[in-house]
Write a protein that binds this ligand. Sequence first.
Ligand code: ADP
Ligand code: MG
Length: 756
Amino acid sequence: MNAAPGGGVPGRRLRQLAGIPVGVLRGVGTVAEGELGALGIATVLDLLTHYPRRHVDASHLVTLDRLTEGESASVVGQVRRIRSSGGAARRGRGISRVEVEVTDASGSLRVVFFGQPWRVSTLSAGMLALFYGKVTRYRDVLQMASPTVEVLGPGPAPSSPVAGSGWGGDPGGVGHGGPPGGILAGRVYPVYPLSEKSRLTSVRIARYVAEALDRAGELADPVDDRWRGDLGLVGRTTALRGIHQPASPEDVEPSRRRLAFDELLRLQLVLALKKARMRQDARGIAHVVRDPGGAPSLVDRFLDQLPFEPTGAQRRAIDAICADLAGELPMHRLLQGDVGAGKTVVALAALLVAVQGGYQGALMAPTEVLADQHALGIRQMLSGLTVADPEVLGGARPPRLEVLTSRTPAKARAAILGGVAAGTVDLLVGTHALLEESVVFAALGVAVIDEQHRFGVEQRAALRAKGHAPGGRGLDPDLLVMTATPIPRTAAMVVFGDLDMTVVDELPPGRQPVTTEWARTPAAVKRAWGRVRSEVAAGRRAFVVCPLVEGSELVEAASVTDEMARLADGELAGLRLGLLHGQLRSTEKEQVMAAFRAGSLDVLVATTVIEVGVDVPEATVMVIEDADHFGIAQLHQLRGRVGRGGDRSWCYLLSTSRSPEAKARLHALERSNDGFELAEIDLSQRGEGTILGARQKGRSDLRLASVTGDRDLVVAAAEGARSVVAGERGPATWELLEEEVRIFIDDDDAEFLFKS
Ligand code: ADP
Ligand code: MG
């Protein structure tokens, strides 16, 4: 029954397990099927990948006659009686109290719960449960107060003392080759995630799992002996048994690692296949990076005329990008770098490679403010540069750059679109408006997406597709995506594994770290406003960032308007304040920004529209109100708006929050100016769901793998996937893994990835 097709990997396949409904297991009738269904378990594969939440080490279990006062202990016993008093039932008579009498073969114990009246409905007489807590003495009787509880099953009571000697009998009568004494007889047993609604218990799930494992037998393992040896991983059959039925606590972690590797390998395979597929289908442009006649290229001239020396990291990034651009395959690269690392220069160099070869460049940014800002900065950096154009007098002209947003007036818009379609616009900078159907490029050569986290995967694809505009040359433009703040490397490998990656890991010289202070007392807040006034008095400028407001942008705009009025009459009276929020008209925004840049405004009171891109070197103070409402990455990005000139700068985080998470975030910002370090802290604090959540759907969820905890496995899986796709692991492995990947992704994706 485990035979594999000729030459294939022997053993039972996950695909087969995915085809067997749980109903075929003994003891799983229609009721149990429904209960399992509520947990998302329909097939034997679902059941076997319903991993324990944790394990209880039964070798530390103590029989009730051996409890010692003052020590913590785990006991398993049957609930004999349960009663409650106080609390809601008798308001005013103090806290509720639930008392449970628990017995095992050796004796009995009183367990009391204070302030947990719901225990009455979750525990009932006859139930078998595990209690973990400290043993105390009350009126000469030993008891446990408010212990941790795991309901193991509806009973029966253990037939013999627990510790070490096999307890719990064999409740299901599953006569497989498991340890004598049944499922609970091992030293370690699994605690499964359960739903409140169902009456399933961990013991019942363990029983079903035991039968499933038994009947499944030896599983086909795509990771062969040698590969496993290289990675120090156990076999798949061993791992599944080890996580569900560990013989000792030491079995769990190697098992988890092996199964986590499988999850990561499947994910990396999908990404590697996507990458390979994209290459296969691509019709890219081999850009001319160097002038064939040996004259300095446009990019060289651009770098030469910058008012500063590019950093080593910028040069390295530009070299990597130029190598991509020169190749036939379209570039697909992620550019990471800390706030202020100078990613724009790198992006512009890429765009200019397109322009010098007669192609067009597009830069898409998430907000109008940022698009305008980019256009302004780029125009400045381009001033004095010329591009070859045989059609004009002298054979050269300045590059033409236009800005397009949804608020561009109709007439200007028509002119811009005409120029883009005719090829006379070299660089188009804009917002989502670039994706509109009416935007048709004559020859889009390089596309850059800034602050990619604000865009979806579809928008990335839509911009790339602009190379195929009707009348265009039907080529895939090279694509560069940039992040606002860094993402930890292994997280990036999981989320952006289909992209190549470049890190600008060096700040321009002379950058001063921003002194950051969490202002939590009235005195500290006063100091913050004092700093704003003294810096303004010294000729510098300040930002005030107003809190995020739940609800509409309109409400937020109203709230920042109020706040500005309040500050104008209070802390910042006498200073020249400007207001910036998303609801202003484009011309109003431009005016305010221009006035602030020119120094005719001292303080910009703004919403997070200033989060990205705003670049005013004279700004040296930022005050962020209700800073606890923001995440680490966002605060770091906001803070990046100051400290951009050579002057000392400050950032004040106003917050009176007492939440431990908020405190940890604000402390992290106080301690570190390093975006890479903060990204790690952010990831470990927020958990991985938020980062992975967006791109991971359905069954491909990483259940056991951790992007932070299993860095080595992420790297090994990426390398493994590469070797599999490159055919280095042999056809049998490839065939089995393809089959497994198909189980975990939907049909459309499979169609795309595996079409030959
Ligand atoms: P980010 O990586 O955050 O997008 P920017 O590209 O906006 O950073 O650059 C931040 C500031 O640093 C800009 O004012 C830019 O002109 C300046 N800058 C970029 N590269 C250098 C460099 N090599 N030396 C000095 N200043 C630089
Ligand atoms: Mg930037």
